[in-house]
Design a protein around this ligand. Structure first.
Ligand SMILES: [Mn+2]
Length: 308
């Protein structure tokens, strides 16, 4: 039996890692041949490490070359975020909650829902199919929902995310979701011990929007002002990435989950378009965006609209 790898996006976040592990568990429960292997396209970040340790889960294996492999994509479909050499492998299924950027000559299962996290969709499958959720898996699913929805504060949050999270709570043996969330985000803080490059690349995604190449990093903090003294270091690193990846624009979002807004550092060849899109002036490569917590819902769609 040929192994099918289940894998999230490059620079994996908690949702990508937990979706890969839990969907492999679900598939291996349904399909008795147990041919499904959770995988990852990069290093595990501190927040995800906290979740994996808390619920005693094993790391997905590192898959850095998809040549000749059968693959299920979770938590992305965007070509730039897929594993290396996926064009020499085969995508057999997609489960995602992002923008759809997908084209393939053969039909596949493509499961897209506007949920707050991929793990919401996967948890729903367990409940719909009446399959027992092991405690470890319930913990991973819950962690990913709380992470992607920023403890339900992000505008991507749906009623279903909250319902599913409440059903997972007793199975994962978690009493207080808010405390669980803050502990998780605190595990990720300590940014100041890291280099600007490490901070930017922790949650960095590239997009092709209307023919423009745009890189956007999201840095979630419990206090964004902590990183502000390091602005020049960020801009220097952003310039390096922009040149190397031949980007039209690079944006680093320092998201403050307590103040519920973000400081955006911007290097762009199309500043007019950016200023028009967010109705703000860029001053010294910076703008403040109050109320913005979601790259997916509040940054990418307006840029895509402006560039189409
Ligand atoms: Mn996600």
């Amino acid at each position: 039996m040929m192994t099918t790898y289940i894998i999230g996006h490059k620079n994996p976040d908690t949702d990508s890692i937990c979706a890969a592990i839990s969907y492999a568990d679900l598939k291996n429960t349904i399909v008795t041949t147990k041919e499904f292997q959770p995988a990852r396209s990069g290093n595990i970040n501190d927040e995800t490490r906290f979740i994996l340790n808390k619920f005693n889960a094993k790391d997905p294996i590192l898959l850095d070359d998809a040549t000749g492999k059968k693959v299920i994509l979770v938590d992305h479909s965007e070509p730039k975020q897929r594993p290396e050499n996926i064009d020499k492998g085969e995508i057999v299924e997609v489960i995602d909650h992002h923008n759809i950027n997908f084209q393939q000559a053969t039909p596949i299962i493509f499961h897209s829902e506007p949920a707050g996290s991929t793990c919401t969709i996967i948890a729903k499958m367990y409940f719909e199919k009446n399959i027992n959720i092991p405690k470890t898996i319930a913990g991973l699913l819950l962690g990913a929902i709380i992470s992607d929805t920023v403890i339900f504060k992000s505008p991507i949050t749906t009623e279903e995310d909250k319902e599913i999270a409440n059903k997972l709570k007793p199975i994962a043996d978690i009493n207080d979701l808010n405390k669980f969330g803050i502990d998780m985000f605190n595990a990720k803080s300590g940014w100041n011990k890291k280099t600007a490059k490490d901070i930017i690349t922790t949650d960095y995604k590239e997009y092709e929007l209307g023919g423009k190449k745009i890189g956007i990093a999201q840095v979630e903090t419990v206090d964004a002002s902590e990183l502000e003294p390091r602005k020049q270091e960020f801009l220097k690193e952003m310039k390096t990435i922009k040149d190397k990846s031949k980007l039209d624009t690079i944006i680093v979002l320092l998201t403050d989950i307590i103040k519920e807004g973000c400081i955006a550092y911007i290097l762009s060849d199309c500043t007019d378009m950016i200023e028009k899109t967010f109705e703000k002036k860029i001053k010294y490569n910076e703008m403040y965006l109050p109320g913005i917590l979601s790259r997916k819902k509040q940054i990418v769609p307006p840029l895509e609209k402006a560039l189409s």
